[in-house]
Design a protein around this ligand. Sequence first.
Ligand SMILES: C[S@@+](CC[C@H](N)C(=O)[O-])C[C@H]1O[C@@H](n2cnc3c(N)ncnc32)[C@H](O)[C@@H]1O
Length: 271
Amino acid sequence: MEDAQLYVSANAMQKRDALLVLSEYLPQMAWSEEGENVLDIGCGSGDVTRNLLMPLLPRVEQVVGVDVSRDMVSFASKTFEHNSLSFRQLDIERAVQPRQVFPDGFSKVFSMYCLHWVKDQERCLTNIYQLLQPGGEALLVFLARNPLFTMYENMSMKERWQSYMQDVSNFVPVYQHKTDPAKAMADLAEDVGFEVVSCEAPELEFVFENINYLKNAIKAVNPFLKRVPREEQDAFLMDCLNELARLKTKRNDGKMVARYSLMVAHLQRGE
Ligand SMILES: C[S@@+](CC[C@H](N)C(=O)[O-])C[C@H]1O[C@@H](n2cnc3c(N)ncnc32)[C@H](O)[C@@H]1O
């Protein structure tokens, strides 16, 4: 996912969910009078950090957005950086001793629609734990299960596309096939040392007004598309849409609907 401009124009579902979750959870968090140091992991193009998260935060001193993608960080820096907001490249899954990069740590850590990309959840949660100051809180929001990933799995079995999708399992979230994703996540967070304030994976729906919105949304996050020869990319995307329709994502009125589970984990590092 490296086309920041496309992502900004095709992330309505992610923005809707960020607003939903932040409105519910921010009032439940403790906010210090002095202002908070906030980290946003997987900030992508930076628009959610700047236009959605920051205006909702009660008291902020400094916000840092990090992302594994150099292109995303470069776009976010050019477009949204200002005196209390900066961006840096960081891989939350592979970082070792992240406090060497951020010696002061953070009082709040947010991550929206990112951690379903992370295979090594234990390493990632350990890094988040280390990045938090004692008493700090994390709000982690990401896809627990989504038919999108079943679609990837089905597409990878088709002769025409399989050579581009041999590593499909790397792109399926670790919780996709768990019977109780929220419990699995909560257990892991506790093992890492967190106090689990709450951890849920509610079922949500998002209706795409027309097929082009869905096509763009898939295009913006599809990790396989760039491997497909340019002249076949349209056929690939159309096949993705057909496969999603087969997974009962098409309503009677013809609109496409995504039904998925969103992991929402509110975690705290003890004092
Ligand atoms: C779908 S975007 C979400 C962007 C933004 N947070 C939002 O809510 O719209 C997911 C972002 O996570 C980033 N990402 C994926 N794996 C990551 C990792 N291991 N460390 C940091 N960022 C990662 C991707 O590069 C991508 O920009």
